[in-house]
Design a protein around this ligand. Sequence first.
Ligand code: GDP
Length: 339
Amino acid sequence: MKKNINKITIKTKKSLSAKDYFDGIQKGNRAILSKAITLIESSNIKHQNVAEELIELCLPFSGNSVRIGITGVPGVGKSTFIEALGSYLIAEKDKKIAVLAIDPSSKKSYGSILGDKTRMNKLSVNDNAFIRPSPSSGTLGGVAKATRETTILCEAAGYDTILIETVGVGQSEIEVKSMVDFFLLLMLAGAGDELQGIKRGIMEIADAVIINKADNDNIHNAKMAVREYKNALHLFPANDNGWIPRVASCSAIEDKEIDSVWGVVESFVNQTTLNSSFIENRKEQAKFWLEHAINSSLMTLFYSDEKVKTQLLKLEENVSEGKTSPFKAAKELLLTFKS
Ligand code: GDP
């Protein structure tokens, strides 16, 4: 008997193969899905190899979802909104929701963005929802890559609505835009664009601007804000996909107009599916990520090359002392790398 127990222990300790992970994911095993995501986030080369194989296995079963990016400054109500939208979609639309986050800024915000599950009380205990915090370390590029790959695993596990949350303060929106179908910007009434840290660039990439907290004394302000943003968005040229960004308001905390927000997403999906831009966008995104992957692999190869490392030190000195121009130095380094 004891022997058997030991055997079981040994078996569970054995690291899983890509196929083991894949089988678990396809069966909807959430513990295995979580472990697989950890594998994707790992910088260990062995883990990376298994992860790569696993992604290839999952790829044919992925893609069948709507991927939605949700951004807005801290405090705008992103988690409350995701909780409301996710619960609505599960209850009314029979959806399975995966919530992922991109927040490479710091370990501190890792705790506050999604790690703290109390912020999504209902969703975190719902069998039809899977919540995954942002990786706690890594560059933005690395975190974004992991999130994109996590999306593939979640889709293979049967999640048909992927919500990717990001803090609306920086570069991460552009990364998120390159991995979602629909980009939703949450805003507050009366806070002023500057105050909300929202740059024109972010407004330009939004498919919908939703004014949250349209409740109690704030209803009137929210309505005014909707009008203002509608006017502001009018000034932007129409999107290539023919979609005109929508503006609406909701109250995430009171579950008001969450269905209308979803209605906007549905119209978007219908319209862009009809004119094929939905699929075209996905193809463009795949090309973008190919380029991204090539660039980061080249950088790794380049900077880990021993000859480059030695010469770089010398050239850095020459460049900082003004003996060589940065451009000439870069050219020399590339020649060294190629030789
Ligand atoms: P996040 O930082 O963007 O994820 O924002 P949270 O979801 O944590 O919300 C920040 C605060 O705003 C919390 O105290 C929420 O209870 C509150 N809040 C979120 N949505 C609403 C809403 O629709 N109406 C009101 N009045 N408060 C809200």
